[in-house]
Design a protein around this ligand. Structure first.
Ligand code: AMP
Length: 444
């Protein structure tokens, strides 16, 4: 078990505020307004694809019992060994910020008796994930994943359908990707493979990195996804999981590949793909950008696989086979930017409402809401006084029309409509404003 966190004696003292500038934590990221359209584009794509493929949304907490993650992800995984944010609450519970979604989704499945609903159950979610990882380009300590899980069936067609969702979602978002697939077998055949692998690794022990020398004893499968060049050279020649599968697993994997062929999903077999988490069984897969598919260790955009024992191991109602995948949202956005996919920015307002003087400002507050309710895309800046300031704001917002409400207009119950393109202006009665705007905008 990893070291238990030390309980703080009391709430940590906060240093006197002083003059020190407040700063972002390392590995964290602000998503600024000018980036939000990428997130909207991605979330829209995710929602549409999830609905189309028949998934229901679920939300699970960001924090769970620490033991839940240890039991699911496994004690020898990087996540449990070094990447979890773990702490003790005032009630002396040891909790962790979620380092992935599957464990929490399985807990919810068990806790809400979802096995009593028609199976399989298809659930999706998205949100923040926390890993105390070494920050670098595209890798953060708080990042976001979209996640899909299918619980309650061993059917290989579901593995293929999930991969198909990943492929088509990424394509629809404008990305060209390749999916690597493998099968790591079940509890029947994996022990045999592990001993074959361990024998092979023993012969090359002296050239393995120090971590892999330990992994070779504790969890030799993890040597297969070591990023060190020396280890990679050795594992390229290592025995393949697929050559050591039992009959049932081999058949399952062949079926998955057949369905992928039928679905015209162009996959590549990757015998070293074991994934870093303990709960996987049978199918494992990862999507990478097509432009990076031949690099020695391309950064995955989506990772997933089967986890036929996890729900049972977490105290579920017997054997509940399942398969799932998670997509790194920051990585997708980075790829969308790099591929220069055209992503529409937030829509521009059609109309800018400018006011001059205190009485007009008061009226403008209400008028803004009347226009909004009438379905007119309107913007304003109620804090400004001068007209020229407001006209330049209207120009910057690319409004087609500006409404000018001054003292005289307030007295006459009128308002000026200025065409921002021609600069021509017309005064009309306030009671005719909405009808007149609708007509003008539809003519433009
Ligand atoms: P995993 O749960 O490790 O398979 O991760 C699933 C996906 O999340 C990966 O394929 C990445 O796209 C993304 N991801 C994992 N770790 C990070 C990180 N530290 N920062 C940003 N994205 C990440």
């Amino acid at each position: 078990m990893p070291k238990k966190p030390v309980k703080p004696a009391a709430a940590p003292a906060v240093k006197k505020p002083g003059k020190k500038k407040a700063q972002l934590l390392r590995g964290m990221k602000d998503t600024l307004p000018q980036e939000q359209h990428y997130w909207e584009y991605l979330r829209d794509g995710v929602v549409q694809a999830s609905r189309a493929y028949g998934y229901d949304r679920i939300d699970v907490p960001m924090m769970e019992e620490y033991g839940l993650f240890v039991r699911s992800v496994g004690t020898t995984s990087d996540i449990v060994e070094k990447e979890m944010y773990v702490f003790e609450t005032k009630g002396e519970d040891t909790v962790a910020l979620r380092p992935e979604f599957t464990a929490g989704m399985c807990r919810a499945y068990i806790e809400h008796g979802m096995m009593n609903q028609p199976q399989p159950l298809k659930l999706w979610t998205d949100g923040a994930i926390f890993r105390y990882d070494r920050p670098q380009a595209g890798r953060y300590r708080q990042f976001h994943q979209s996640d899909w899980e299918i619980m309650g069936s061993p059917q290989p067609a579901l593995d293929a359908e999930l991969i198909s969702l990943g492929q088509h979602l990424l394509n629809d978002l404008g990305l060209q990707v390749t999916v690597f697939v493998n099968s790591i077998g079940c509890r029947e055949c994996r022990p045999n493979y592990i001993s074959v692998l361990r024998e092979y690794l023993k012969e090359h022990k002296k050239n393995l990195c120090e971590t892999c020398k330990l992994r070779m004893v504790k969890n030799p499968l993890r040597v297969l996804d070591c990023k060190e060049e020396a280890c990679r050279m050795i594992t390229t020649e290592a025995p393949h999981t697929v050559d050591n599968l039992c009959e049932a697993c081999r058949e399952h994997f062949m079926k998955v590949l057949e369905y992928l062929d039928e679905g015209e999903i162009q996959y590549r077999l990757q015998p070293r793909l074991v994934r870093g988490l303990d709960y996987y069984s049978r199918t494992t897969f990862e999507f990478v950008l097509k432009s990076e598919e031949n690099e020695p260790s391309p950064a995955a955009i989506i990772g997933g696989g089967r986890y036929d024992y996890l729900i049972e191991d977490l105290g579920g109602p017997g054997h509940v086979p399942a398969v799932g995948m998670a997509m790194g949202m920051e990585r997708v956005i980075l790829a969308i930017k790099e591929a220069a996919v055209p992503v529409a920015e937030a829509p521009k307002p059609d109309v800018f409402l400018a006011q001059i003087g205190e009485t007009a400002r008061k009226r403008a507050l209400k008028m803004f809401e009347e226009l909004r309710k009438a379905g007119i895309a309107v913007a304003s800046n109620i804090s400004k006084n001068g007209l020229s300031d407001q006209l330049s704001l209207a120009n910057r917002a690319q409004a087609k029309l500006t409404l000018i409400l001054g003292q005289k207009e307030m007295m006459d119950n009128t308002i000026i409509i200025r065409d921002m393109n021609t600069t021509s202006q017309e005064t009309i009665g306030q009671d005719k404003l909405i009808a007149s705007l609708k007509k003008r905008l539809s003519d433009m």
